[in-house]
Design a protein around this ligand. Sequence first.
Ligand code: IMP
Ligand code: ZN
Length: 338
Amino acid sequence: MLQFLRNLPKIELHAHLNGSLNIDSIRELAAKVYGVQTKEFSTLCERFIKFEKGAKLDDCFEKFGFVHELTSTKEGLEYATELVIRDFAKDNVIYVELRTTPKANGNMSRRSYLDTVLGVIKNKSDLYKIKVKLLPSINRAEPVAVAEETVALAVELATIEPEIIVGIDFSGNPNQGNFKDFIPVLSKARNHGLKLAMHCAEVDNPVEIREMIRFGMSRCGHGTYLSDSGFEHMKEENIPIECCLTSNVKSGTVANIGAHHLKQLMATCAPKVLCTDDSGVFDTTLSDEFFLATESFGLTKSQCIALTMEAVEHAFATREEKLMLKMQIYKYTRLQNK
Ligand code: IMP
Ligand code: ZN
C-alpha cells in the first residue's frame, strides 16, 4: 500500500512554505546559509521535529522561528523554496499550492519576498515536473495593515502572474488576532478574483466560526471544531475541509487519530482533501498522510484515488490544468490495474 501511495501522482492543497522544509533539507539549507554545521545546530534540528506528549497548538507556532531565521535572506528563501518544491516532487506530488507569509526585514521587503518565491516557482517547476501555485498568507497575529500590504501585492502580482498567484491564505495562531478585523481586506482580495483558503475552526471558537462561515471561503483549513450544522453547511456549499491528520494530532487539536473528523467526512461523503500542512514541522509527507488514513480508517486504494481526484476538483487551477492532472492520475491507476 505504501509503495502504491508513494507512486500515486498526488495533489497538495495546504502547505505552508516555511513549515514544509523537512529536516534533511533544513540541514542542506543551513549548510548553504551558515556554512559548516555546528553540534548545537544539529541539536536544534532534533528538537525541531520532536513533539512532547500533550503538546499544544501554541507550542507549534514557536517552531517556525527556527526556519524563519534560515529564510530571512533572499539567498536562503530562494534555496528553501527550491528545496520544498523538490521535496514535494520527490514524493510524486504533481501539483502543489504553496502558501507563505511575506515578511519584511533588513534584507527584504514584502514585495521582494514574494518576487523571490515567484522567481523560483517560475524557474524550477518544470525542472521538477510539478505545477506550483502561490497563495500569499495573511498572518492573523500581525496587524491588519500588514494584511493590507500583502493583499495589495497579491492583487498586483496576480495581474502579472495570474497562473501562479491564485488566492490568499488566512492563517497564523488562531488564538491571536480577531477575524472580524480582517473582513474588509479579505473582501478586497475576493473582489479582485483571488480565492480564499481560510484556516477555520482550528480551535473551538463558535462565535468566530459562525462569522467565518457567514463570510464564506473557497476552502476550509482544518475545520476541526465545526458543529454538525457547520459541517452540513460546508457540504451544501461544496466547500472542502483540508484535513491534515498528523498536524492535528501532533498539535493536539484532535485527541487522537481515531477521533479525526476525516472519518465523519468520509462517512457523510462531504467534500474533503488530504494535506500535510507543515510536512517539515510535523515530519511527514503526503504519501505518509494517505498511508495513515488507510491504516486508521481503512481507506482502500480506490478511495485514495478518489480523494486525489477530489483534490483536483478543489484546486485553484484552470480547467485545462485540472484535465491534465486527472489524466496523469488516471494513467497511473490504469497501469496499476494491468
Ligand atoms: P510561512 O508563512 O511560509 O512562514 O509558513 C509558516 C507560517 O504559516 C506560520 O508562521 C503560521 O503563520 C502559518 N501556519 C503554519 N501552520 C499553521 C496552522 O496549522 N495554523 C495556522 N497557521 C499556520
Ligand atoms: Zn495550515
